[in-house]
Design a protein. Structure first.
Length: 118
């Protein structure tokens, strides 16, 4: 059975909130930002590789797609901090966030949940 990604995110948030006491949650609620990747975090990174001009919304096998895209560019892919830090660097630019915000439901929910600064 297929479940809507937004419903899954809501269920995860509800579960986390349920683990905390209401008193604790009320104290820290304004300091919590939920970054819940329903599929895999590679689905958030994949659009930065510019391998899909039609704007496909990546949902499955994102790690494999990412690995192939990087191999074609001659970039070694390792699941470690340094690799991911390099791969997400493009999101430091606001225009990339705006360009790819709708490429993935969970990425979109995360970005739209961030407080607006300035």
């Amino acid at each position: 059975m297929y479940r809507d990604e937004s419903d899954i995110i809501d269920d995860v948030i509800d579960k986390i909130q349920g683990i905390l006491t209401q008193e604790l949650f009320d104290k820290i609620e304004d300091r919590i930002i939920f970054a819940i990747s329903v599929e895999s975090i590679e689905c958030w990174i994949l659009p930065l590789q510019d391998i899909d001009p039609e704007g496909k919304k990546w949902k499955i096998n994102c790690e494999s797609h990412l690995q192939r895209a990087l191999n074609r560019k001659g970039v070694k892919y390792f699941k470690n901090y340094d690799t991911y830090k390099k791969l997400v660097k493009g999101y430091k630019r606001k225009n990339n966030i705006e360009k790819y915000i709708d490429s993935n439901v969970s990425f979109s929910r995360f970005i739209r949940s961030l407080p607006v600064v300035g």
